[in-house]
Design a binder for this molecule. Structure first.
Ligand code: MRU
Length: 364
């Protein structure tokens, strides 16, 4: 996707191909900056502090984090340390474990002298696969959008009717290598002339919707409106949303969906109002080892993310401000689990299925 007309990916290499750079998502939308990761510790910090975030990008960053370790020292100990350090960063997105398991298995089977090249090659392929996967999710998701648009009369004689899509958090290109998952069909719809408008939930406490999704959509010229998370029920009940589509950090084999906290109440409100609720699920986000969403570890982050907000004041000065009485205790659950019964359909790179249909789609 483009930033100011220049094509970017959320993670990329430069120089001789071993220097790894990411977009710093902690300063968007107020500043666009990239950061170079020099060491595995840099990669781990970037994941933990959410310089990079979003399940697919966490997996890609971890893969490059291992490559950086191999560049410094390709020994068995260094490999084990890197995998342990990166694996301890964030617990919910299963893409992290998926990427580390795969790169660990590959590298342990190679002599140390071959590991650096193999690790960079692995990370590069993972990124290319991610782009292809998301593009394919976009194609299948677009098919759903087109069908809903036809039923809703979008693009018909009343030329003012747009397809109103609601999303939560940022499952856009910033959360992946490119395209995004939930946003891929939005970008394709827009590019192909289907009039689409996105309701962007702000996504407290870290504002990935207000700060990141709104920025992304704005860069691409896609009409969007930011609303508070709590406005969703009202919009759904007034017929202002045609379809909801969100991403996932981990979807179980049976189709229970962990995603950014607030997704579950959104799914409840969508169901109560008869609005289809889709989840964009790239296969690395499927945890085939569990069926029940209650087994998914839910990350609890620092309470500061709830008690303070960051923004720009009228003079253009960036500030943190406290929004609760001083000393107030806060809890910060970062994800929730939407039970499969509330999911209309899952959009994968292999096609669309009901929440119980993942096994059939992937031959598991
Ligand atoms: O805490 P975050 O910002 O990493 O959470 C991100 C989400 O919940 C996304 O919806 C999910 O990772 C899917 S990204 C394609």
């Amino acid at each position: 996707m483009k930033v100011g007309g220049v094509p970017y990916r959320a993670i990329f290499t430069e120089g001789d191909g071993t220097e790894v750079r990411v977009i710093d998502q902690t300063v968007l939308p107020h500043r666009f900056e990239t950061i170079r990761m020099e060491t595995t510790a840099d990669a781990a910090r970037a994941i933990r502090d959410m310089v990079v975030r979003g399940a697919p990008l966490i997996g890609a960053t971890a893969a490059y984090g291992v490559a950086l370790a191999m560049r410094a020292d390709p020994s068995d100990d260094s490999l084990a340390e890197a995998i342990a350090m990166l694996g301890a960063t964030r617990p919910t997105a299963v893409n992290l474990r998926w990427a580390l398991d795969a790169v660990g298995t590959l590298l342990r089977g190679l002599p140390p002298g071959e590991r650096t090249v193999a690790a960079y090659d692995f990370a590069g392929r993972l990124c290319e696969d991610d782009v292809r996967t998301n593009r394919s999710i976009g194609d299948f998701g677009l098919g759903i959008f087109e069908q809903i648009a036809r039923q809703a009369g979008v693009g018909g004689s009343r030329g003012d009717r747009q397809l109103n899509v609601m999303t939560h958090c940022n499952a856009g290109w910033l959360a992946t290598v490119d395209w995004g998952t939930a946003t891929a069909p939005v970008y394709l719809a827009h590019d192909q002339g289907l009039p689409v408008h996105v309701w962007v939930r702000e996504t407290r406490p870290r504002f990935q919707g207000a700060g990141l999704t709104a920025w992304e959509l704005g860069q691409h010229g896609i009409p969007h409106t930011v609303v508070s998370d709590s406005a969703a029920g009202h919009l759904l009940s007034r017929g202002k949303v045609d379809v909801v589509i969100v991403g996932t950090d981990r979807t179980t084999a049976a189709g229970d969906v962990a995603n950014k906290v607030g997704t579950y109440p959104l799914a409840l409100a969508a169901r109560d109002n008869g609005v289809p609720f889709y989840v964009a699920v790239p296969s690395p986000s499927i945890d085939w080892s569990i069926e029940d969403g209650a087994e998914i570890p839910i990350e609890e982050r620092d309470a500061d993310e709830v008690t303070r907000v960051w923004g720009v004041d009228g003079d253009g000065v960036e500030r943190w401000v406290r929004v609760v009485p001083e000393g107030t205790r806060a809890a910060n659950y970062a994800f929730d689990v939407t039970p499969r019964r509330l999911v209309t359909g899952i959009v994968t790179e292999r096609g669309v299925c009901g929440a119980g249909g993942l096994g059939g789609l992937f031959g598991r």
